[in-house]
Design a protein. Structure first.
Lengths: 289, 289
């Protein structure tokens, strides 16, 4: 099914509204595995999971309100594809106003910013801006959606992925375990794709069993950087960019390797234990320096 | 602070309304630890945690709508006590209509059914009946609330606890692990007592760290019985009665020992690993025979 570039580029997705409260923030953090292996007194646990005056959003919560805006992707004129061939390839999130409020009502508006021809597939870049009811921009997301089999349409190849680790041992390594029901819990934050719960859908996608959400792994990587380089202060978190290489299986431990590049820039790579498989590459977190 | 028996006995608590949906049911089950250690394809996991046509309530969800009705206990005329001296001592739950709907709006009405003088304290028995909007009774709960230091008022001692295990090895033993953030997750189902999250409140209660909710342990015990004696079919579950002996610490594994007494009656006792401490005693589950 060819992509009609002229129609699709710049196409807008219908705006979607979303509200959250403290419970929703805490559910998100617990779904991302906060506190699984740690006494609640460990720094960085209760600030994400307990509704006292110190409650803060795990910054990657910023993807959640924008997620619904993607649901209408298949309604875009000139864009037809088999949804089973869709892969979430890349994600960028920027926090535009800090601290993230612990409750809010927001609107997310998306548009197709770029389409790259990657040969084996097409990479759609969808930008979603999330704004509070008073019009202040809060989050900017870029979803990199890979459509397998839709390449070769003669488009630009797009920029090469950057953020490779320097040739030295990581400056910090943080391990964050997950448990077997992690995907079942994470999906309550909004991404109900049955690929993450139903074995028959997982099999259709080519997996032995339901896989963890890439955006759950994403949350773990961000949290690792905040722990290692921001004294567990999530309000210092400015942006994150990742490439999803392979899915994590619920129950695996995510091992995030980090390199401090100076000026608040952290380059990251994530593997899983015990298989030592790279699951996230070409990743960068920017913190307040 | 003396209890004015004549005023308190039979006193009604203000009715409380509550609604749930599928997400709420799934959150409850995950908070109770369903699927922590098991591949989602394990029988009994997805039926509680995935919103397809097979979704069923873990029957102990029946305590959740009634819980809010207890919040007004301190407003009862003639009943004054220090809330820090309150312990949840016993719980009975009966499912009056099956299957439990996966979404509903209900009303819970409570009254003080009995007050027993246990010497070291008073045992308040609070009955809460939960009814659907069309007036059909759905759940009956009895909370046994122990008020330390409020005994010796000259009341009846009340019945002795029954449901002791027979003098033989258990007919079935089921282990259900918890993880360190279990109480943080369980509390999103409604019991936000900071004793289960905040180390300073836990210390005030005499605990080294926040303890797991007794009703979370309760859910694990019920689930163990359904797994061992009802082929994982929660619609066969009729009632449960337990005495809480000691709290479980998040991260401990709950080991439920069960004896089949015939006619659908199961006697239970729960311990924790690795300490082999009894946490629930005098417990009975009744299943459809």
């Amino acid at each position: 099914m060819p992509i009609e570039l002229k129609k699709v580029l710049g196409a807008k997705l219908p705006p979607m509204d979303f509200s959250w409260d403290q419970d929703r923030l805490m559910l998100y953090a617990l779904g991302a595995g906060v506190g699984i292996d740690a006494d609640p007194t460990t720094p960085g646990v209760l600030q994400y999971t307990y509704e006292d005056e110190n409650l803060k959003a795990l910054p990657t919560f910023g993807v959640v309100p924008s997620f619904a805006a993607l649901m209408n992707l298949m309604s875009v004129d000139g864009l037809s594809f088999n949804p089973m061939m869709l892969l979430h390839g890349e994600q960028y999130l920027e926090i535009l106003a800090r601290p993230i409020p612990t409750s809010a009502t927001v609107r997310s508006e998306g548009s197709i910013k770029a389409i790259y021809d990657k040969g084996k597939g097409a990479l759609l870049v969808i930008e979603v801006t999330t704004t509070t009811t008073d019009g202040a921009p809060l989050f900017r997301n870029e979803y990199g959606i890979f459509l397998r089999g839709e390449g070769g349409f003669g488009g630009e190849q797009g920029p090469a992925a950057g953020h490779l680790p320097p040739d030295r041992a990581p400056d910090a390594v943080v391990e964050t375990p997950t448990v077997a029901h992690q995907a079942l819990l994470y999906r309550l934050s909004g991404d109900k794709n049955p690929l993450h719960a139903d074995p028959s859908f997982a099999a259709l996608g080519g997996f032995d069993r339901p896989i963890l959400h890439g955006l759950c792994t994403f949350a773990n990587v961000a949290r690792a950087a905040i722990q290692a380089f921001a004294d567990n202060d999530p309000t210092r978190f400015r942006s994150i960019r990742v490439r999803f290489v392979r899915p994590v299986m619920p129950g695996e431990t995510i091992v995030t390797e980090m390199w401090d590049m100076g000026g608040g820039e952290i380059v990251l790579r994530a593997k899983t234990k015990p298989n030592d498989t790279v699951v996230i590459s070409n990743a960068q977190v920017v913190l307040d320096a």
